[in-house]
Structure formats: C-alpha cells, structure tokens
Design a protein around this ligand. Structure first.
Ligand SMILES: Cc1cc2nc3c(=O)[nH]c(=O)nc-3n(C[C@H](O)[C@H](O)[C@H](O)COP(=O)(O)O)c2cc1C
Length: 244
C-alpha cells in the first residue's frame, strides 16, 4: 500500500472537521433537494404485510439480549418478520406536509441509504435479490435465483452469509447527502447507515431472531451483484438475519 493510501483516513478525518469560524460554504450542486427514494419501476413487486407499530418486546430487554448471531438453522423467516425488519430500518413513521420521516434518524433528513435484501429462505417469497420500496412498503424483485454463495464470497468469503435465510444490504446514494454537506457527507452516510442497521438488529432481537452486522466485504463485488456503480451509489453494510 502506498504511503498516501495509508494516510487517507487520517487526512479525511482532519479535512472534514468543522472548525469554528471556518465552516465550509454548503454550496448545493443542484437546485433542488434530491428525491430520497429509488424506485425500480419495471420490477415485479411484492406487497409486504403491514408492520406492527406498537407493542412488541420491552426495549431494555431487547438491548440487554441483543448479540451477534452467525449460526442459523434451516428454518425460514416469514413475510411478516421480513416486513417488520425492513420497516424498523427505513419505514416511514411520521408524515407532515407530504414529507415522510423514517424510523431511523438521518442527517438533514436526506435519507441517502437504500435497502436491498437477498431472500434465500423466506416463506411465500421467491429466492432472489430485492429492493425495498420505502414509500409503498413493497419488495421489488431485481434478480430471481439463489445468489447466497455469490454474496457470501463478496462478503470476504464469510460462509455464514450463505447460510442466512435473509441478508439485508445497505447502499448509499452519495449525492443525496453531499448535495448539502459536501465532503462531510462521507461521515454522515456511515452514521446514517449504522442507525438503520441497529434498528434492524434490535428489531431482530425483539422478534427472537438472530442477526449480525457484516462490514467486511469486497465492495465492488457487492456493488456488481446489486447492479450499482460503486461511485454514485455504493454498498456500505450488510446484516444477516435468521432463526437461532
Ligand atoms: C461495523 C461492524 C462491522 C462488522 N462486521 C462483521 C463481519 O464482517 N463479520 C462478522 O462476523 N461480524 C461482524 N461484526 C459483528 C461484530 O463482530 C460484533 O458486533 C462484535 O463481536 C460484538 O459482539 P456482539 O454484537 O454480540 O455484541 C461487525 C460489527 C460492526 C459494528
């Protein structure tokens, strides 16, 4: 690795600090706030069951019992469980003046993250790669078939990824955040995604499921699988979920 590459993290952290009296001008590169939804208009869609928005397991119990789980039985997940997990991550929980605020916080409410998932063993759902349509609470089928070995290979060959009935994959569309925050957006996209992922992992614990965040990946192998370019939209984080 070149010296410059070894230094890149430190330089980035220093260059994107806010300093009193020297705040960067947030010049917007486009006139309008980017639309925070990606839609695959031609995809076959699957309506997801309406999520529970009250009740559930007590929060302190859930926090106390959340652990990373990497071993899953052969049991499938239900569509209800899938819908609840996706809603917990990115579902719209409050609407005002036509704007939908979501379950997880987002810097400037710009919502740069997109949710995809690989369904490997979900009752009444064809195995394949899907995109979560936040507005409609629907799954959009992007690629039908068993892709778990390919995804596990892309996840730094971590075999447990192939055993999971569900792997959620988050990307970000950088411009949604960079539009306002310029280079500092590169901090916020990770913070945003981590908030979403933790909501999902707590929801999994609340449902008695096992989950584990996966940050180790060959980024562009995951991007290729998703069909995104790795620049304007790029994979950030994965989360496997299954029955313990
Ligand atoms: C950003 C991040 C990336 C992670 N990546 C992986 C991973 O690639 N593979 C893995 O097995 N666990 C991964 N983990 C899970 C951690 O190993 C786990 O959270 C840690 O060991 C603490 O255990 P706990 O989650 O049970 O408290 C990741 C966790 C985080 C927060």
């Amino acid at each position: 690795m070149e010296r410059d590459e070894r230094e890149i993290g430190r330089k980035f952290q220093q260059a994107t600090k806010y300093k009193r009296g020297r705040l960067p001008l947030h010049e917007s590169s486009t006139a309008r706030t980017p639309i925070p939804f990606k839609i695959y208009a031609d995809a076959k869609t699957v309506e997801l069951p309406k999520p529970e928005t009250s009740g559930g397991a007590p929060l302190w119990d859930v926090i106390a019992k959340r652990r990373s789980h990497r071993e899953f039985g052969l049991k499938s997940l239900t569509l209800e469980e899938l819908g609840q997990l996706l809603w917990a991550g990115q579902g719209i929980t409050y609407k005002t003046a036509g704007f939908g605020f979501r379950a997880a916080p987002s810097a400037g409410a710009l919502y740069p993250a997109e949710t995809y998932f690989l369904a490997t063993n979900i009752t009444n759902l064809l195995p394949g790669l899907y995109h979560y349509n936040v507005r409609k609470h629907e799954a959009e089928l992007l690629k039908e078939g068993s892709l778990e070995l390919e995804l596990a290979a892309a996840a730094l060959d971590q075999e447990f990824v192939a055993d999971a009935p569900l792997t959620i994959i988050w990307t970000v569309i950088v411009e949604r955040s960079a539009w306002k925050y310029s280079q500092r957006a590169y901090r916020y996209i990770y913070l945003d995604t981590a908030h979403i992922a933790e909501n999902v992992m707590l929801a999994a614990a609340a449902l008695g499921l096992g989950a584990c965040g996966v940050g180790a990946m060959y980024d562009d192998e995951v991007n290729n699988l998703l069909g995104v370019d790795g620049e304007t939209e790029t994979a950030i984080y994965l989360c496997v979920v299954g029955k313990r």
